[in-house]
Every structure is written in C-alpha cells, then in structure tokens.
Design a protein around this ligand. Structure first.
Ligand code: FMN
Ligand code: SF4
Length: 349
C-alpha cells in the first residue's frame, strides 16, 4: 500500500505531491454577488499550507443567471467577469505546490429556482452542457489545473444519471449510454477546448438507482463511458453520506474498488467516511487517492498532524451541523472557529 504522503501521477500531464484530496466542500463564505471573498482566500491558504496535495473548490455555478445558484453565496463561474476574482484561488493554492481543481456544477433540482430536468427540451439540456464546458474554459483561464464535473449528490447531472429519476426519451435518456451522454459530451467538449494537459475529474454517486437495488454494474458501465471520453480521475461518492451511522467507515469503498479493478488505468478516488489514519490506509489499499470533506473542514491540519504528531483520528463526530452553523456565523463546525483568523476578521454575520 502506498503512503498517503507519496506523490502520484494522476494522468500523463497531472501529478500531485501526495494522495490526499480535499473533496469539494461548499464553504458558504462567498460574496452575495457570487464573487470570491477574502475569507475564502484565507480558507484556501490554510488548506494548502497544511500539505493537502489536491484541493477541489466548493461547487461553482455554471449557469449564467446567478438566480439559479444553489444558495445565495455560491460562487459563479457562469460569466467571463468572474475569471479575475477566481484567479486568486489557484494563485493561493499553487504557493504551496498543491493542485487546484475547480468543481463545476449546475444545481438543477436543488437550486434556488429548482429545475426539473425531465421537463427541459433537448436543446435546453445541450445548453447546460455548453455552460459546463464554458465554465471549464474559464477555470483554465483563471489558472486552475483541472475541473471536477459535479455529477453526484442529486444536483442536475446526478439526477440525470439516476435510472429511476430519468424519464427522458431523447439522447439524454433511455439506457446507461443515454443517461451518461450529457456528462461524456461535457468531457469531450472540455478536452477539445482546453487541450490534453488540462485535468478533467468527475464526481459520481456510487448508487444510481433508488435504494435497495444492486447497481454496481451500472457504475462500472458509467465509468467505462467516462474513461473512453477521456477523464483523468473518477471520485466515487454517494448521496447517502449524511445518513450513514456515525461509526460507518469508507462508505462506498466496495463500489470504488470495483471500478478500479475494472479500469486499472483510471485514477480512482474515494470520498465519504474517511476520518482516521486507518480509513486512509484502507482506502489506499483499494484505490489511488483518499478524499475528505468533513475531516478537513473541522481540521484543515489533519494530514500534517497525522504525519508529524501521529494523530490517529479526526475530531469530527459526523453530526452534520456543518450544513447549518454557517447560517448565523462565520463558523463552519460545531467545534467553533476552524480558522480563528477568519472569525477575528469577519465576526458574526
Ligand atoms: C458543508 C458541506 C458542503 C459540501 N459541499 C460540497 C460541494 O460543494 N460539492 C460536492 O461535490 N460535495 C460537497 N460536499 C460533500 C463532500 O465533498 C463529501 O462528499 C461528503 O462530505 C462525504 O465525505 P466526508 O465523509 O469526508 O465528509 C459537502 C459536504 C459538506 C459537509
Ligand atoms: S459540524 Fe459536525 S460533521 Fe461537520 S465537521 Fe464539525 S463535527 Fe464534523
């Protein structure tokens, strides 16, 4: 098993200094006009300074209309005017030698103006795919090393991939090849416009049916289509991460491992339920990279402490209050200030 601190070649043109990923985590610290805030730059400084090799931003909205964002402080990448502000994120992350990845997303049914993708025309679906590609082009112009297409957690693309939710009969529905087509179209479009050296990651749900069905073959099928389209990394997640028992570990590891076995050439990362040295090691026995959300939210220095002070386990108790606390304060975890400089600088909301 490779050490979590050993370098990794993700693709021919992309290498990371270690195998740890900060999975995309909405920080709710953006400005209301969808631009990058000083608080966010401070947050990325702390993450990158603490030796996380690959840092994926919180989801960035590709819809040109910010009324269709996921929340009122979500950042936008839906217009060229945002490029200048977004440049500050990779600039900061690169100071510490980490990879900077922009997560691009359309909120779809989970937006401020929920959209039912089954009601959209074929042209409207194609237009959303084009917005995703435009978003990736802007991310590249802003200096990011890669984008991650958000196709997990019941936002628009994850919903299209779900065999039980997708009732479309056009090129974006039907069988697995039809359901994944919008994502493979986006991947091919990004590759064409951003070139071979720009990284393309995709985050997907392990399960793509409603609960209770063994849908492992479907995930492998999707992964094959994505690999053929030219992705560099697949991050396996799952919508049910917030409903797992508190002591559950590496929630989707069987699914991620099966993808790795089916496609050994593809770099595979697992996210969900990784919060200790043990769970990182277990993950790296099965796949290539270990991605974390809540562990690094509450302890951005977890990896450094694990390496230098033999810290075994994160303090995160998986209470999921990080989906609420930010609403009243510049705090993101029940344990209070994650980064005292933030609270000191910005105070209560
Ligand atoms: C506050 C919060 C915000 C999140 N925002 C995003 C996001 O913007 N994009 C995304 O793909 N996942 C997001 N996630 C999910 C995480 O990336 C991760 O998949 C999930 O927390 C499970 O991993 P964990 O057990 O390491 O926390 C978020 C999670 C939390 C707790
Ligand atoms: S609020 Fe709870 S789940 Fe979220 S990071 Fe803090 S301890 Fe973990």
């Amino acid at each position: 098993m490779p050490s979590p601190f050993s370098p990794i070649k993700i693709s021919d043109s992309l290498s990371a200094k270690n195998r740890i990923i900060r999975s995309a985590t909405n920080d709710h610290l953006g400005n209301r006009d969808a631009t990058v805030s000083d608080a966010q730059i401070e947050m990325y400084d702390v993450l990158a300074r603490n030796e996380i090799g690959t840092i994926i931003t919180g989801h960035l909205s590709v819809d040109p209309d910010i009324a269709n964002r996921a929340d009122i402080v979500q950042l936008s990448i839906g217009d060229d005017s945002y490029i200048e502000g977004l440049k500050r994120i990779p600039e900061k992350i690169h100071q510490y030698g980490a990879l900077a990845v922009a997560q691009i997303s359309h909120a779809g049914p989970r937006g401020l103006n929920p959209i039912d993708f089954n009601e959209l025309t074929t042209d409207e679906m194609t237009r959303i795919a084009e917005w995703m590609i435009d978003g990736a082009v802007r991310a590249q112009k802003a200096g990011f090393d890669a984008v991650e297409i958000h196709a997990a957690h019941w936002y628009l693309l994850a919903s299209v991939l779900n065999a039980d939710l997708n009732r479309r009969t056009d090129r974006y529905g039907g069988d697995a090849a039809g359901r994944i087509r919008i994502v493979t179209d986006i991947v091919r479009g990004i590759r064409q416009r951003c070139g071979d050296s720009f990284g393309i990651f995709v985050k997907v749900n392990a399960h793509n049916t409603l609960p209770g069905v063994d849908d492992l073959d479907m995930l492998i099928d999707y992964a094959k289509h994505l690999y053929d389209a030219g992705i560099d990394l697949l991050e396996v997640s799952g919508m049910s991460f917030a409903k797992q028992p508190k002591d559950a570990q590496c929630y989707f590891i069987d699914y991620a491992q099966a993808v790795k076995k089916a496609l050994p050439q593809l770099t595979v990362a697992l996210v969900g339920g990784i919060y200790s040295r043990d769970t990182i090691d277990r993950t790296l026995e099965a796949v290539d990279m270990a991605a974390m959300g809540r562990t690094l939210l509450t302890q951005p220095d977890f990896i450094v402490k694990m390496r230098d002070e033999n810290l075994e386990k994160s303090r995160c108790i998986r209470c999921n209050k990080c989906f609420e606390v930010f609403k009243t304060k510049y705090e993101r975890c029940i344990f209070g200030p994650v980064n005292p400089k933030l609270e000191e600088t910005f105070g209560d909301k």
